[in-house]
Design a protein around this ligand. Structure first.
Ligand code: ASP
Ligand code: MG
Length: 399
Protein backbone atom coordinates (compact mmCIF):
# COMPACT_ATOMS: atom_id res chain seq x y z
CA UNK A 1 0.00 0.00 0.00
CA UNK A 2 1.35 3.40 -0.94
CA UNK A 3 -0.43 6.55 0.15
CA UNK A 4 0.52 9.92 -1.29
CA UNK A 5 -0.46 13.10 0.55
CA UNK A 6 -1.47 16.43 -0.95
CA UNK A 7 2.01 17.89 -1.45
CA UNK A 8 3.24 14.61 -2.95
CA UNK A 9 0.74 15.04 -5.79
CA UNK A 10 0.74 18.86 -5.66
CA UNK A 11 1.36 19.55 -9.36
CA UNK A 12 1.91 17.81 -12.71
CA UNK A 13 5.61 17.16 -12.06
CA UNK A 14 4.88 15.67 -8.65
CA UNK A 15 2.21 13.41 -10.12
CA UNK A 16 4.68 12.17 -12.74
CA UNK A 17 7.31 11.57 -10.02
CA UNK A 18 4.80 9.53 -8.03
CA UNK A 19 3.81 7.57 -11.13
CA UNK A 20 7.47 6.80 -11.72
CA UNK A 21 7.82 5.42 -8.17
CA UNK A 22 4.67 3.34 -8.47
CA UNK A 23 5.90 1.97 -11.79
CA UNK A 24 9.24 0.97 -10.25
CA UNK A 25 7.50 -0.77 -7.36
CA UNK A 26 5.34 -2.68 -9.82
CA UNK A 27 8.32 -3.62 -12.00
CA UNK A 28 10.12 -5.00 -8.94
CA UNK A 29 7.36 -7.57 -8.88
CA UNK A 30 5.27 -6.21 -6.01
CA UNK A 31 1.54 -5.76 -6.28
CA UNK A 32 0.75 -2.24 -5.31
CA UNK A 33 -2.38 -0.33 -4.37
CA UNK A 34 -2.22 3.46 -4.29
CA UNK A 35 -4.27 5.90 -2.22
CA UNK A 36 -4.10 9.58 -3.10
CA UNK A 37 -5.06 12.81 -1.35
CA UNK A 38 -6.33 15.91 -3.10
CA UNK A 39 -3.64 17.96 -4.86
CA UNK A 40 -1.89 20.49 -2.62
CA UNK A 41 -4.34 22.72 -0.80
CA UNK A 42 -7.34 21.74 -2.94
CA UNK A 43 -9.46 20.69 0.04
CA UNK A 44 -8.81 24.02 1.80
CA UNK A 45 -9.75 25.91 -1.39
CA UNK A 46 -12.96 23.97 -1.75
CA UNK A 47 -13.87 24.72 1.86
CA UNK A 48 -13.18 28.42 1.27
CA UNK A 49 -15.30 28.33 -1.84
CA UNK A 50 -18.17 26.82 0.12
CA UNK A 51 -17.76 29.53 2.77
CA UNK A 52 -17.95 32.19 0.06
CA UNK A 53 -21.11 30.70 -1.36
CA UNK A 54 -23.16 30.01 1.73
CA UNK A 55 -23.27 29.97 5.50
CA UNK A 56 -25.46 26.90 5.35
CA UNK A 57 -23.52 23.85 4.24
CA UNK A 58 -25.46 20.61 4.60
CA UNK A 59 -22.96 17.85 5.44
CA UNK A 60 -24.06 15.76 2.51
CA UNK A 61 -23.34 18.57 0.07
CA UNK A 62 -20.04 19.50 1.70
CA UNK A 63 -18.92 15.88 1.36
CA UNK A 64 -20.02 15.81 -2.27
CA UNK A 65 -17.89 18.90 -2.87
CA UNK A 66 -14.77 17.81 -0.95
CA UNK A 67 -14.57 14.33 -2.45
CA UNK A 68 -14.03 16.00 -5.82
CA UNK A 69 -10.46 16.87 -4.79
CA UNK A 70 -9.30 13.26 -4.51
CA UNK A 71 -11.05 12.35 -7.78
CA UNK A 72 -8.82 14.79 -9.63
CA UNK A 73 -5.63 13.26 -8.22
CA UNK A 74 -6.61 9.66 -8.88
CA UNK A 75 -7.54 10.25 -12.52
CA UNK A 76 -4.38 12.25 -13.25
CA UNK A 77 -2.15 9.66 -11.59
CA UNK A 78 -3.69 6.90 -13.71
CA UNK A 79 -2.98 8.96 -16.84
CA UNK A 80 0.64 9.45 -15.77
CA UNK A 81 0.93 5.70 -15.18
CA UNK A 82 -0.58 4.97 -18.61
CA UNK A 83 2.17 7.04 -20.19
CA UNK A 84 4.72 4.86 -18.40
CA UNK A 85 3.05 1.76 -19.78
CA UNK A 86 1.59 0.73 -16.43
CA UNK A 87 -2.04 -0.32 -16.36
CA UNK A 88 -3.92 1.52 -13.63
CA UNK A 89 -7.57 1.99 -12.69
CA UNK A 90 -8.96 4.74 -10.51
CA UNK A 91 -11.69 4.18 -7.92
CA UNK A 92 -13.71 6.56 -5.79
CA UNK A 93 -14.16 5.47 -2.18
CA UNK A 94 -17.60 4.25 -3.10
CA UNK A 95 -16.34 2.21 -6.06
CA UNK A 96 -13.60 0.75 -3.87
CA UNK A 97 -16.29 -0.55 -1.51
CA UNK A 98 -15.48 1.62 1.50
CA UNK A 99 -18.71 1.55 3.47
CA UNK A 100 -19.12 4.12 6.26
CA UNK A 101 -21.74 5.33 8.71
CA UNK A 102 -23.72 8.45 7.81
CA UNK A 103 -21.90 11.04 9.94
CA UNK A 104 -21.14 13.45 7.13
CA UNK A 105 -17.72 15.19 7.25
CA UNK A 106 -16.43 12.72 9.86
CA UNK A 107 -17.77 9.35 8.88
CA UNK A 108 -16.39 6.10 10.27
CA UNK A 109 -15.59 3.08 8.17
CA UNK A 110 -17.92 0.17 8.88
CA UNK A 111 -16.78 -2.30 6.28
CA UNK A 112 -14.56 -2.65 3.24
CA UNK A 113 -15.63 -4.74 0.30
CA UNK A 114 -12.26 -5.39 -1.27
CA UNK A 115 -13.28 -7.70 -4.12
CA UNK A 116 -13.23 -5.11 -6.87
CA UNK A 117 -9.73 -3.99 -5.95
CA UNK A 118 -8.56 -7.60 -5.65
CA UNK A 119 -9.87 -8.34 -9.15
CA UNK A 120 -8.11 -5.29 -10.49
CA UNK A 121 -4.84 -6.43 -8.93
CA UNK A 122 -5.33 -9.92 -10.37
CA UNK A 123 -5.78 -8.43 -13.83
CA UNK A 124 -2.36 -6.82 -13.41
CA UNK A 125 -3.69 -3.31 -13.06
CA UNK A 126 -2.77 -0.91 -10.25
CA UNK A 127 -5.82 0.29 -8.31
CA UNK A 128 -5.57 4.00 -7.51
CA UNK A 129 -8.09 4.87 -4.81
CA UNK A 130 -9.37 8.30 -3.84
CA UNK A 131 -8.53 8.80 -0.17
CA UNK A 132 -10.67 10.35 2.55
CA UNK A 133 -14.01 9.10 1.28
CA UNK A 134 -16.55 6.34 1.34
CA UNK A 135 -20.22 5.70 0.87
CA UNK A 136 -22.86 5.40 3.57
CA UNK A 137 -25.42 2.63 3.91
CA UNK A 138 -27.89 5.21 2.54
CA UNK A 139 -25.65 5.34 -0.56
CA UNK A 140 -24.53 8.91 0.02
CA UNK A 141 -20.93 9.95 -0.45
CA UNK A 142 -19.16 10.63 2.87
CA UNK A 143 -15.77 11.92 4.00
CA UNK A 144 -13.66 10.61 6.87
CA UNK A 145 -12.56 13.94 8.37
CA UNK A 146 -9.55 16.09 7.52
CA UNK A 147 -6.46 14.05 6.86
CA UNK A 148 -8.67 11.03 6.24
CA UNK A 149 -6.65 9.64 3.35
CA UNK A 150 -4.26 8.06 5.85
CA UNK A 151 -7.22 6.19 7.30
CA UNK A 152 -8.27 5.03 3.85
CA UNK A 153 -4.77 3.68 3.25
CA UNK A 154 -4.53 1.82 6.55
CA UNK A 155 -8.04 0.41 6.24
CA UNK A 156 -7.39 -0.84 2.72
CA UNK A 157 -4.00 -2.25 3.74
CA UNK A 158 -5.84 -4.26 6.41
CA UNK A 159 -8.64 -5.41 4.14
CA UNK A 160 -6.27 -6.46 1.36
CA UNK A 161 -3.63 -7.96 3.66
CA UNK A 162 -0.88 -5.62 2.47
CA UNK A 163 2.67 -6.36 3.64
CA UNK A 164 3.30 -2.74 4.54
CA UNK A 165 1.59 0.57 4.42
CA UNK A 166 3.84 3.36 3.18
CA UNK A 167 2.67 6.89 3.88
CA UNK A 168 4.46 9.28 1.54
CA UNK A 169 4.53 12.89 2.60
CA UNK A 170 6.61 16.07 2.40
CA UNK A 171 8.65 15.37 5.53
CA UNK A 172 11.10 12.52 5.89
CA UNK A 173 9.45 10.96 8.93
CA UNK A 174 8.34 11.58 12.50
CA UNK A 175 10.59 14.01 14.36
CA UNK A 176 11.40 14.63 18.01
CA UNK A 177 9.65 18.01 17.58
CA UNK A 178 8.32 20.13 14.74
CA UNK A 179 11.55 21.08 12.89
CA UNK A 180 10.09 24.49 12.02
CA UNK A 181 9.93 25.27 15.73
CA UNK A 182 12.98 23.33 16.94
CA UNK A 183 15.74 23.27 14.29
CA UNK A 184 17.63 20.58 16.27
CA UNK A 185 14.76 18.12 15.98
CA UNK A 186 15.86 14.63 14.95
CA UNK A 187 14.15 11.99 12.83
CA UNK A 188 12.96 8.95 14.80
CA UNK A 189 13.71 5.63 13.10
CA UNK A 190 11.23 3.46 14.89
CA UNK A 191 8.46 4.12 17.40
CA UNK A 192 5.58 2.13 18.82
CA UNK A 193 1.93 2.55 17.86
CA UNK A 194 1.21 3.79 21.38
CA UNK A 195 3.76 6.57 21.10
CA UNK A 196 2.58 7.49 17.61
CA UNK A 197 -1.00 7.60 18.87
CA UNK A 198 -0.03 10.05 21.57
CA UNK A 199 2.07 12.09 19.14
CA UNK A 200 -0.77 12.28 16.63
CA UNK A 201 -3.32 13.09 19.32
CA UNK A 202 -1.20 15.85 20.78
CA UNK A 203 -0.46 17.76 17.61
CA UNK A 204 2.19 15.84 15.63
CA UNK A 205 0.66 16.44 12.24
CA UNK A 206 2.41 13.72 10.28
CA UNK A 207 -0.36 11.14 10.56
CA UNK A 208 -4.08 11.37 11.20
CA UNK A 209 -4.96 9.97 14.63
CA UNK A 210 -7.62 7.61 13.37
CA UNK A 211 -5.29 5.97 10.91
CA UNK A 212 -2.86 5.15 13.72
CA UNK A 213 -5.65 3.70 15.87
CA UNK A 214 -6.68 1.56 12.96
CA UNK A 215 -3.11 0.45 12.26
CA UNK A 216 -2.54 -0.53 15.88
CA UNK A 217 -5.76 -2.49 16.12
CA UNK A 218 -5.01 -4.42 12.95
CA UNK A 219 -1.23 -4.58 13.43
CA UNK A 220 -0.38 -2.93 10.11
CA UNK A 221 3.20 -1.68 10.17
CA UNK A 222 3.40 1.89 8.90
CA UNK A 223 6.34 3.52 7.19
CA UNK A 224 6.14 7.31 7.06
CA UNK A 225 8.53 8.65 4.46
CA UNK A 226 9.26 11.40 1.96
CA UNK A 227 8.13 11.38 -1.67
CA UNK A 228 10.67 14.12 -2.36
CA UNK A 229 13.85 12.34 -1.28
CA UNK A 230 12.44 8.77 -1.18
CA UNK A 231 14.82 8.08 1.75
CA UNK A 232 13.85 5.63 4.49
CA UNK A 233 11.61 7.29 7.08
CA UNK A 234 10.06 6.34 10.42
CA UNK A 235 8.63 2.88 11.07
CA UNK A 236 5.66 2.64 13.37
CA UNK A 237 5.40 -0.84 14.76
CA UNK A 238 4.19 -2.91 17.67
CA UNK A 239 6.14 -2.34 20.85
CA UNK A 240 8.87 -4.93 20.95
CA UNK A 241 9.94 -6.53 24.20
CA UNK A 242 13.37 -5.37 25.17
CA UNK A 243 13.16 -2.39 22.85
CA UNK A 244 15.27 0.25 24.57
CA UNK A 245 12.66 2.79 25.44
CA UNK A 246 13.58 6.44 25.42
CA UNK A 247 12.13 8.18 28.47
CA UNK A 248 10.88 10.90 26.17
CA UNK A 249 10.63 10.34 22.41
CA UNK A 250 9.08 13.58 21.23
CA UNK A 251 7.77 17.00 22.21
CA UNK A 252 4.67 18.03 20.33
CA UNK A 253 2.54 21.12 20.28
CA UNK A 254 -0.94 21.91 19.14
CA UNK A 255 -2.57 25.25 18.48
CA UNK A 256 -5.76 23.84 17.02
CA UNK A 257 -7.77 23.75 20.22
CA UNK A 258 -9.66 26.32 22.24
CA UNK A 259 -10.66 26.36 25.88
CA UNK A 260 -14.22 26.66 27.13
CA UNK A 261 -15.13 27.27 30.76
CA UNK A 262 -18.59 26.81 32.20
CA UNK A 263 -18.67 28.72 35.48
CA UNK A 264 -20.44 27.85 38.73
CA UNK A 265 -22.10 24.59 37.88
CA UNK A 266 -23.51 22.60 40.79
CA UNK A 267 -21.11 19.94 42.07
CA UNK A 268 -23.32 16.88 42.05
CA UNK A 269 -23.78 13.65 40.08
CA UNK A 270 -25.03 13.98 36.51
CA UNK A 271 -23.85 17.51 35.77
CA UNK A 272 -20.72 16.64 33.81
CA UNK A 273 -22.65 13.82 32.18
CA UNK A 274 -25.32 16.26 30.98
CA UNK A 275 -22.79 18.69 29.54
CA UNK A 276 -20.57 16.17 27.79
CA UNK A 277 -23.49 14.10 26.50
CA UNK A 278 -24.82 17.21 24.76
CA UNK A 279 -21.39 17.83 23.20
CA UNK A 280 -21.01 14.20 22.20
CA UNK A 281 -24.40 14.27 20.49
CA UNK A 282 -23.03 17.04 18.27
CA UNK A 283 -19.99 14.80 17.54
CA UNK A 284 -17.63 17.29 19.19
CA UNK A 285 -14.37 15.77 20.39
CA UNK A 286 -13.58 17.03 23.86
CA UNK A 287 -9.98 16.69 24.91
CA UNK A 288 -8.65 18.04 28.21
CA UNK A 289 -11.12 18.46 31.04
CA UNK A 290 -10.51 20.19 34.36
CA UNK A 291 -12.97 20.48 37.19
CA UNK A 292 -12.10 22.20 40.42
CA UNK A 293 -13.11 20.92 43.82
CA UNK A 294 -16.06 22.89 45.03
CA UNK A 295 -16.22 24.74 48.30
CA UNK A 296 -19.69 26.23 48.15
CA UNK A 297 -21.31 23.43 46.15
CA UNK A 298 -20.47 25.05 42.81
CA UNK A 299 -17.51 24.47 40.55
CA UNK A 300 -16.06 25.58 37.20
CA UNK A 301 -15.61 23.03 34.43
CA UNK A 302 -13.04 23.81 31.72
CA UNK A 303 -12.42 21.71 28.65
CA UNK A 304 -10.86 21.99 25.22
CA UNK A 305 -12.39 21.42 21.80
CA UNK A 306 -11.06 21.83 18.26
CA UNK A 307 -11.16 25.54 17.32
CA UNK A 308 -13.31 24.61 14.34
CA UNK A 309 -15.98 23.34 16.76
CA UNK A 310 -15.71 26.25 19.21
CA UNK A 311 -18.86 28.10 18.12
CA UNK A 312 -20.98 24.97 18.13
CA UNK A 313 -19.58 23.85 21.48
CA UNK A 314 -20.31 27.24 23.07
CA UNK A 315 -23.83 27.13 21.69
CA UNK A 316 -24.38 23.62 23.05
CA UNK A 317 -22.97 24.56 26.47
CA UNK A 318 -25.27 27.60 26.64
CA UNK A 319 -28.21 25.42 25.72
CA UNK A 320 -27.63 23.00 28.60
CA UNK A 321 -27.01 25.65 31.26
CA UNK A 322 -30.71 25.94 32.11
CA UNK A 323 -30.88 22.19 32.80
CA UNK A 324 -27.52 21.55 34.48
CA UNK A 325 -27.05 24.94 36.13
CA UNK A 326 -24.02 27.18 35.68
CA UNK A 327 -23.63 30.91 35.16
CA UNK A 328 -21.49 31.72 32.17
CA UNK A 329 -19.81 30.06 29.19
CA UNK A 330 -16.40 31.57 28.47
CA UNK A 331 -14.52 30.89 25.23
CA UNK A 332 -10.72 31.27 25.04
CA UNK A 333 -9.13 30.51 21.66
CA UNK A 334 -5.72 31.87 22.68
CA UNK A 335 -4.34 28.66 24.21
CA UNK A 336 -1.94 26.00 22.96
CA UNK A 337 -0.80 22.67 24.24
CA UNK A 338 2.71 21.31 24.64
CA UNK A 339 3.16 17.58 25.25
CA UNK A 340 5.92 15.14 26.03
CA UNK A 341 5.54 11.59 24.74
CA UNK A 342 7.63 8.57 25.60
CA UNK A 343 7.07 4.91 26.43
CA UNK A 344 9.88 5.10 29.01
CA UNK A 345 7.82 7.41 31.20
CA UNK A 346 6.03 4.35 32.53
CA UNK A 347 9.16 3.23 34.32
CA UNK A 348 10.92 6.53 35.00
CA UNK A 349 9.34 8.67 37.68
CA UNK A 350 10.08 12.37 37.81
CA UNK A 351 9.32 13.34 34.22
CA UNK A 352 6.34 15.39 35.35
CA UNK A 353 8.37 17.29 37.92
CA UNK A 354 11.13 18.01 35.39
CA UNK A 355 8.54 19.21 32.88
CA UNK A 356 6.98 21.63 35.34
CA UNK A 357 10.38 22.86 36.52
CA UNK A 358 11.49 23.51 32.96
CA UNK A 359 8.36 25.50 32.15
CA UNK A 360 8.64 27.39 35.44
CA UNK A 361 12.23 28.36 34.73
CA UNK A 362 10.96 29.98 31.51
CA UNK A 363 8.21 31.73 33.44
CA UNK A 364 5.56 29.83 31.51
CA UNK A 365 2.28 29.38 33.35
CA UNK A 366 0.46 26.03 33.10
CA UNK A 367 -3.33 26.41 32.80
CA UNK A 368 -4.44 22.81 32.40
CA UNK A 369 -2.68 19.47 32.68
CA UNK A 370 -3.55 16.03 31.41
CA UNK A 371 -1.53 12.85 31.40
CA UNK A 372 -1.57 9.28 30.21
CA UNK A 373 0.92 6.61 31.17
CA UNK A 374 3.19 7.75 28.33
CA UNK A 375 2.27 11.43 27.87
CA UNK A 376 2.20 14.71 29.79
CA UNK A 377 0.32 17.65 28.26
CA UNK A 378 0.21 21.23 29.50
CA UNK A 379 -2.07 23.96 28.24
CA UNK A 380 -0.26 27.30 28.07
CA UNK A 381 -0.81 30.71 26.42
CA UNK A 382 -0.52 30.32 22.63
CA UNK A 383 2.21 32.96 22.46
CA UNK A 384 4.73 30.97 24.50
CA UNK A 385 4.14 27.46 23.20
CA UNK A 386 7.10 27.43 20.81
CA UNK A 387 9.42 28.55 23.58
CA UNK A 388 8.01 25.71 25.69
CA UNK A 389 8.76 23.17 22.94
CA UNK A 390 12.37 24.31 22.62
CA UNK A 391 12.89 24.36 26.37
CA UNK A 392 11.59 20.81 26.84
CA UNK A 393 13.43 19.50 23.79
CA UNK A 394 16.65 20.73 25.34
CA UNK A 395 15.85 19.58 28.88
CA UNK A 396 15.22 16.00 27.72
CA UNK A 397 18.21 16.03 25.35
CA UNK A 398 16.25 15.07 22.26
CA UNK A 399 18.52 16.67 19.65
N1 ASP B 1 -7.76 15.99 1.24
C1 ASP B 1 -8.19 15.74 2.58
C2 ASP B 1 -7.68 16.82 3.50
O1 ASP B 1 -6.99 17.72 3.07
C3 ASP B 1 -7.80 14.37 3.04
C4 ASP B 1 -6.32 14.14 3.16
O2 ASP B 1 -5.52 14.86 2.59
O3 ASP B 1 -5.94 13.16 3.81
O4 ASP B 1 -7.98 16.79 4.66
MG1 MG C 1 -3.72 16.08 3.50
Amino acid sequence: MQKYGGTSVGDADRIRAVADHVARTKKQGDDVVVVVSAMGKTTDSLIRLADDVSKIQPGRELDMLLTAGERISMALLCMALAELGVKATSFTGSQAGIITDSTHTKARIIEIKGDRLKETIKEGSVPVVAGFQGVSLEKDVTTLGRGGSDTTAVALATALGAQACEIYTDVSGVFTADPRVEPNARKLHKISFEEMLEIAASGGKVLALRSVEFARRHKVALHVRSSFTWESGTWIVEEEKGMEEAIVSAVTHDTSEAKITVTKVPDRPGIAAGLFRALADEAINVDMIVQNTSRDGNTDISFTVPKADLDTAVKVAKQVIPTIGGTEVLADPDVARVSLVGAGMRTHPGVTARTFETLASHDINIEMISTSSIRISCMVRAGVVEEAVRALHEEFELS
